[in-house]
Design a protein around this ligand. Structure first.
Ligand code: XUL
Ligand code: CO
Length: 436
């Protein structure tokens, strides 16, 4: 069998003393933290689109990267070679999950029927490679944004013909996800949004989006597709205003259209920051509202401000994210998918390995730090102490609904000026730095 990464051997955990850049220093898959292996904590996934189809093109120039599996006699041969290269990569890296869009893995044909045939052929190969390697699909999704037919959206397109085309595509992508035993199915809005309100009936478009989601729920039930449906919020890019703006916005949509019980959210770090939130805020919001599902791990660049999709290498951020995820009970069907691509100048195949190894080690450090924070309990104790007033007296009465405005006025008149307490931000920041 042809090797596509011949210079790379299986990446192993070698610990901190190792000088081998192609080894894990912190990610030890079988090491247990709070009784659960690191492998199970993270459920790491590699994304197909960036890692195997991203070739460094940007708005100012074409590809900089050429891959051995990307040279072939036609798009189907390239698709097959890329799939083999992908499974070699997953196996060598030691990641147990992968994620893809329908159009990442197989090319479009001259008609939808031909496109579906192409997809079936590549899915059969993927199924075979999955069973040979034990690697599983974390989630599947449909690309409803690259082709020009979707320039004005898919489910929110002004044309019902495009709505129907998108439905046909999602139907097939759900079938394929079921065929591969996928643990979930993602809807990222793509071009579901608008560039100007003068040509957009926002109310009608959102009603169509809800209709589309209900049809997807019905079809999921019909075919017995397992795992949750996920919505992945993003505030802008490609459209000026994306309908799934952030976690709060998605939750409002799901509640309004009676969809909450079928959906969880897939939170992407760089999307959170584009929405003016921190990654941690979006995670905490989901956990608090029981809609936490999965994570697209990456990072943006403060100085750039668009979706740079860089590999997450910030230990501080990873520690804070893992603190929230651990406290929230961790992943169930979801996992941590690297929705990230190497920079345009990182043209060597081994750069793909360095990127994933670094990010996995970063999250392993984040997990260990978060576990220390939880075990020590100081931060949690300070948080509880800050709200202690609610556990007794007037606080308890308010929470239990036992007082009205009249009684509260009486209390305030009698009690006088409320006592102030310090928020202790700097102390908490110092404590966090100690754990790191
Ligand atoms: C786009 C993005 C997508 C989704 C899947 O910013 O994150 O790749 O993760 O469609
Ligand atoms: Co994403």
């Amino acid at each position: 069998m042809k090797e596509f990464f011949p210079k790379i051997k299986k990446v192993k955990y070698e610990g901190l003393k190792s000088k081998n850049p192609l080894s894990f220093k912190h990610y030890n898959p079988q090491e247990k933290i709070f009784g659960k292996t690191m492998e199970k904590h993270f459920r790491f996934a590699v994304c197909y689109w960036h890692t195997f189809k991203g070739l460094g093109g940007d708005q100012f120039g074409l590809s900089t990267i050429s891959r051995s599996y990307n040279q072939g006699s036609g798009p189907m041969e390239i698709a097959e070679m890329t799939m083999r290269a992908a499974f070699e990569f997953f196996s060598k890296l030691g990641v147990k999950f992968w994620c893809f869009h329908d159009r990442d893995i197989a090319p479009e044909g001259n008609s939808l029927a031909e496109t579906n045939k192409n997809l079936d052929k590549i899915v059969a190969l993927a199924k075979k490679l999955q069973s040979e390697t034990g690697i599983k699909q974390l989630w599947g999704t449909a690309n409803l944004f690259s082709n020009k037919r979707f320039m004005a959206g898919a489910a929110t397109n002004p044309s019902p013909d495009v709505f129907a085309y998108a439905a046909a595509q999602v139907k097939k992508a759900m079938e394929v996800t079921k065929e591969l035993g996928g643990a979930g199915y993602v809807f990222w809005g793509g071009r579901e949004g608008y560039d100007m309100l003068l040509n957009t009936d926002m109310k009608r478009e959102l009603e169509h989006l809800a209709k589309f989601m209900h049809l997807a729920v019905d079809y999921k039930k019909k075919i017995g597709l397992k795992g949750p449906l996920y919505i992945e919020p993003k505030p802008k890019e490609p459209t000026k205003h994306q309908y799934d703006f952030d976690a709060g916005n998605c939750f409002a949509f799901l509640q309004k259209y009676d969809l909450v019980k079928y959906f969880k959210l897939n939170i992407e770090a760089n999307h959170a920051t584009l929405a003016g939130h921190s990654f941690q805020h979006e995670l905490q919001y989901c956990i608090d509202n029981n809609i936490f599902g999965s994570v697209d791990a990456n990072r943006g660049d403060l100085l750039l401000g668009w979706d740079t999709d860089q590999f997450p290498m910030d230990i501080y951020e990873a520690a804070l994210a893992m603190y929230i995820i651990l406290n929230g009970g961790g992943f169930t069907t979801g996992g941590l998918n690297f929705d990230a691509h190497v920079r345009r100048q990182s043209i060597a195949p081994e750069d793909l390995f360095y990127a994933h190894i670094g990010a996995m080690d970063t999250f392993a450090r984040g997990l260990k730090i978060a576990a220390k924070m939880i075990k020590d309990g100081k931060i949690d104790k300070m948080l509880k102490a800050r709200y202690a007033g609610w556990d007794k007296g007037i606080g308890r009465k308010i929470e239990k609904g036992k007082v009205d405005f009249n009684q509260l006025e009486k209390y305030a008149l009698k009690n006088g000026e409320p006592k102030l307490q310090s928020g202790r931000q700097e102390l908490l920041e110092n404590l966090l730095n100690e754990y790191i």
